[in-house]
Design a protein around this ligand. Structure first.
Ligand code: DP6
Length: 360
């Protein structure tokens, strides 16, 4: 499919007013997206576990305007409060998707949104937030064009979400989503995320992710700025090639449930992401001392107990602790006894792999 396939034709119906709502989860990348080209095209393919508990719930109310198609007319409420400082981001999103969802200008919109995870937890809400909004936009399109197929609906939702925030395109479905052209993955695309099309071992289908909140502060570096630092980065080409290679290797690992090899790739990806940040110009360090304490504790625990627990990181200091469901009791005990001290106010969030967004 290409971009043109997402430009709608004539609408079948007119809808004076209505309301749609979606909840959409966050996701955690195993192979990281870091670096992008024009129009939110990723510099390398990535793959992520869709999460279940960390999600955004968004309601979109719409009413046809008397004078259609002038400018966007919308109000935004976050957790029940009017949130004008979020509006520029949403407006930018609408502008980016304008040719694919031109009908948005024909309606007066009321967007109400909230997260299930604490605000300012350092958890990026752009993946869940943008995917929930993209799905609401698609539900409105479906009211205008009831003939849209389920498959097209989900693809276009992912396509639109990507234009809001790259990683958001991996939050529409579950459990494992790949985004970005990759020679060994049939159907992979730079334009939207696809469900991982090969065999996934049972162990991964209930994988756990406990998010340790090391630093709940605002992000030091926006991801957009971070991605841009991959332009002219001395290690960029090698890094992009490595992501392709890691995805190649993961195919057999996902199939066989080979946890030692899974751990090697996942931890290396996390550290490489941070290594890219540390070696860009300007350079920055997003890990905190407690991030390193936790990593060392996880290594020590794995070494002494043989429990296959590992970590991954986003572009921040928080640590995602990944482990199989059958190790849950042991790992939670370990987290409570040894890792919680490194969390800000002792806070952490228990999540697990999920199946994607749901219409409400
Ligand atoms: C480190 O999706 O937040 O989490 O497209 O600029 O919105 P934008 O970037 P974003 O970048 C996510 C980067 C990452 C890795 C990943 O999720 O793959």
């Amino acid at each position: 499919m290409c971009e043109q396939d997402f430009i709608p034709g004539e609408y079948e119906k007119s809808v004076p007013l209505g309301k749609v709502a979606w909840q959409s989860p966050s996701n955690i990348a195993l192979v990281k997206y870091w670096g992008k080209k024009k129009n939110q095209i990723p510099a390398n393919p990535s793959v992520s576990f869709t999460l279940k508990n960390c999600k955004t719930i968004t309601t979109l109310e719409f009413q046809e305007k008397e004078i259609k198609g002038e400018d966007y007319d919308f109000e935004l409420f976050f957790e029940g409060r009017k949130k004008d400082d979020f509006k520029p981001k949403i407006k930018k999103f609408f502008e980016r998707i304008e040719q694919y969802s031109p009908f948005l200008k024909d309606f007066k919109l009321l967007i109400q949104t909230k997260n299930t995870f604490p605000h300012s937890s350092g958890i990026a809400s752009s993946a869940s937030g943008m995917s929930a909004l993209a799905l609401c936009v698609m539900s409105l399109e479906k009211k205008l064009n009831p003939g849209l197929t389920e498959d097209f609906f989900l693809k276009k939702a992912s396509f639109l979400a990507r234009l809001g925030s790259g990683s958001a395109c991996r939050s529409i479905e579950g459990e494992l989503i790949e985004w970005g052209e990759h020679a060994s993955t049939a159907g992979s695309s730079d334009l939207f995320g696809i469900k991982y099309p090969y065999k996934l071992h049972e162990v991964f289908k209930t994988y756990q992710d406990t998010i340790l909140l090391v630093d709940k502060g605002q992000k030091q570096v926006s991801s957009t700025l971070g991605h841009n630092l991959m332009y002219g980065h001395p290690f960029a080409e090698a890094r992009f090639a490595q992501a392709h290679d890691n995805l190649d290797q993961l195919q057999a690992i996902f199939e066989m449930g080979n946890l030692p090899e899974f751990i090697k790739i996942v931890e290396s990806e996390a550290l490489t992401l941070h290594a890219m940040m540390m070696s860009s110009n300007p350079y920055f360090i997003l890990m905190k001392p407690n991030t390193l304490e936790i990593i060392n504790k996880i290594w020590e625990y794995r070494e002494t107990t043989g429990v296959p627990v590992c970590f991954t990181l986003d572009a921040g200091a928080n640590v995602h602790v990944l482990y199989p469901n059958e190790e849950k009791d042991k790992v939670l005990e370990f987290i409570k006894n040894e890792l919680v001290v490194y969390c800000e106010k002792g806070q952490y969030i228990c999540d697990l792999i999920g199946k994607g967004a749901e219409k409400l």
